[in-house]
Design a protein around this ligand. Structure first.
Ligand code: OAD
Ligand code: ZN
Length: 250
């Protein structure tokens, strides 16, 4: 059975940590970034919409992209792949979820220990004065602004989403925690990520260096395929449910 090998790895591991990317949210109706044709970056150059320099130089263009994205992501629901990870955590088989996703779907599915490495859509802030706004408040401000740019209620500065843009640093505490969990993992279960964006793409290397194993569940190739102890390339929902069933059968 295809899932049995992975189930055995998970079963025998002291610590299992998941590392997720956009692919886990595709069954919720959100496109990923790098799948040809359908991926967001197959259709828009990230350096033209998602770089911190665009937020600075051309907030109207920046918010035309992120305003739409925030509105879409705020409305979607978790799928059975998210729910399977929450179930594995409840059963004590999964220590934490490290995610590159900003969609909050792991939390909505019931995962408790989620490390958000690229931030989330929960809100925005004003880099000029430090004021904060919720997702709802930000969407209201986008609607009300003639140029579609949400501005700070306190000082009028352009709001910035609490997400990591290209050219931004990752949140230090989240990255340190992720590095610790990756170093201590017997199995790092990488799900729905092409594993090409650094520094997150360094985490499987960290696990391997500490003699842990890397398992990969994703439909495209990744730079770690040759080093993986288990490799599944079907749909993320089917594969994670298969893993759960195989664990039950052990
Ligand atoms: P990618 O789009 O690079 O990779 C998504 C992975 O999920 C690919 O391997 C797809 O083949 C796979 N996939 C898609 N649908 C799937 C399905 N139904 N079942 C299984 N696998 C599926 O997305 P990430 O690796 O998350 O960062 O991208 C990392 C970062 O790049 C993102 O956080 C974002 C982006 O630029 C920033 O914006 C800073
Ligand atoms: Zn302000």
């Amino acid at each position: 059975e295809r899932h049995e090998r992975l189930a055995r790895l998970v079963h025998e591991a002291g610590s299992v940590v998941a590392l997720t990317g956009a692919g886990i949210s595709v069954p919720s109706g959100i496109p990923d970034f790098r799948t040809p044709q359908t991926g967001i970056w197959a259709n828009v150059d990230p350096m033209e919409v998602a770089h911190v320099d665009v937020w600075r130089r051309d907030p109207q263009r920046f918010w035309a992209f992120y305003g739409h994205r925030f509105a879409v992501l705020g409305d979607v629901r978790p799928n059975d792949a998210h729910r399977t990870l929450a179930e594995l955590e409840r059963r004590g088989r999964l220590d934490a979820v490290l995610t590159q996703n900003i969609d909050l779907l792991h939390e909505k599915a019931g995962s408790r220990d989620v490390v958000e490495l690229h931030g989330s859509i929960a809100g925005t802030h004003c880099p000029a004065c430090g004021a904060r706004a919720s997702l709802e408040e930000t969407l209201r401000r986008i609607e009300a602004a003639p140029d579609g740019v949400p501005r700070c209620a306190e000082c009028g500065g352009v709001l910035k989403p609490d997400v990591v843009l290209f050219g931004d640093m990752l949140p230090v505490a989240a990255l340190e925690r992720a590095e610790q969990l990756a170093a201590g993992a017997d199995v790092l279960l990488c799900i729905g990520s092409s594993l090409v964006v650094y520094p997150v793409a360094e985490l499987p290397r960290t696990t391997l260096r500490h003699r842990g194993r890397v398992a990969i569940v994703t439909t495209s190739e990744t730079p770690y395929d040759e080093l993986a102890a288990a490799r599944l390339d079907g749909d993320v929902v089917a594969e994670l449910q298969g893993l759960l069933a195989a664990l039950d059968a052990l």
